[in-house]
Design a binder for this molecule. Structure first.
Ligand code: FAD
Length: 308
């Protein structure tokens, strides 16, 4: 990533969370965000899951919401997830769910957050489904890992989390969670983190990402590799081929609205590919992170806006 794109990412991530910007974007930006969001309702999201299923693409559904201000909001999000899991079961959709710990109250009351997530995971288990706890910024890293560990200790093993390759700590976390057989999604990392805790250079992030992916694949832990980066995707394919790791031992994951042709191509080639599909009315922080990741994402939105 050059200096220009780093500046771009930092400035966009900095404006996220400013109430006036948020209000303007919520008023005018919904049309723009529709490139990355499957709709505002569960029905719209399930329809997209069905459409992608026809192309051999699996899904993980995210009911958008993070950084809540009251525990009553967390309770409402929990109910939405219970509904979502029931909805997936009712229409036999090929989808699991992804949720954010702050959406379940982590920043307000960790005990309530734990109870909320446990209810969701229990409901998912009853419906033979799986819950992925997304990883947010570093104030929540340890607490998120602790939640997943505690759930596994309680026998609720249909839950996993995410490790971010840009964090110095992730290689150690990956080794420990591997021993505990906790399912992981591996990503580069989407938040603004300081050079005290995270690699800043793209080359270093990629090296860390490959080391963590390699560790997991080599140990035959089912691994979810979430990236749109051709360098990573080609590397994983070659690594698996060389080491005799079957295509069933891992899955690729990409975000809804990004590289949809590539997602269909991977499915055609016999790889497991899962699309992360967000829906709901609270799309603003998610949308801003997508724009901050790549100027190409902003260009796509602007083209879409001008009808081209
Ligand atoms: P980038 O570093 O953005 O891009 C590298 C290269 O990939 C580009 O140069 C280009 O060649 C190619 N590329 C990228 N985007 C496009 C595009 N739109 N069109 C064409 N080529 C493109 N982050 C978290 O912090 N926590 C999470 O829980 C989390 N969950 C995620 C779940 C999924 C399914 C995915 C896909 C990502 C998730 N992320 C999460 C975000 C992740 O951390 C990265 O910020 C994001 O994926 C961008 O990194 P990248 O590897 O995809 O590629």
């Amino acid at each position: 990533m050059g200096i220009g794109s780093k500046w771009y990412r930092k400035s966009l991530l900095t404006i996220t969370g400013i109430p006036m910007v948020e209000k303007l974007s919520t008023t005018y930006g919904k049309g723009l965000a529709s490139r990355f969001i499957a709709g505002e309702t569960l029905e719209e999201a399930l329809k997209e899951v069905e459409e992608l299923g026809k192309l051999g693409i699996m899904a993980t559904l995210d009911h958008l919401g993070e950084g809540i201000r009251q525990l009553s909001e967390a309770a409402a999000y929990k109910d939405q997830y219970i509904k979502l899991i029931t909805g997936i079961a009712d229409c036999k959709a090929n989808s699991n769910v992804s949720l954010k710990p702050t959406q379940m109250g982590l920043a307000l009351d960790p005990a309530v957050c734990y109870a909320n997530i446990r209810d969701v995971v229990k409901h998912a288990r009853r419906n033979r489904n799986f819950v992925r706890i997304d990883m947010e910024n570093t104030p929540y890293t340890q607490a998120t890992i602790d939640i997943v560990r505690r759930l596994h200790k309680e026998g609720l093993t249909n839950v996993g989390t995410v490790l971010q390759a840009y964090l110095f700590r992730s290689e150690q976390d990956a080794a420990e969670l591997l021993r505990e057989r906790i399912s992981l999604r591996l990503v580069k990392g989407a938040y603004k983190e300081s050079d005290e805790v995270a690699f800043q250079k793209t080359s270093e992030i990629i090296r860390s990402f490959k080391r963590i992916i390699g560790l997991h694949l080599e140990n035959r832990a089912y691994t979810a590799i979430a990236s749109h980066d051709d360098e990573i995707i080609s590397w994983v394919k070659a690594y698996a081929r060389t080491k005799g790791i079957p295509k069933s031992a891992f899955e690729f994951q990409m975000l809804y609205g990004l590289r949809m042709n590539e997602q269909a191509k991977l499915a055609k080639e016999g790889y497991r590919i899962r699309c992360y599909i967000p829906y709901g009315v609270m799309w603003y922080p998610y949308f801003t992170r997508r724009l901050a990741e790549k100027p190409v994402n902003l260009m796509m939105v602007l083209k879409h806006m001008s009808g081209r």
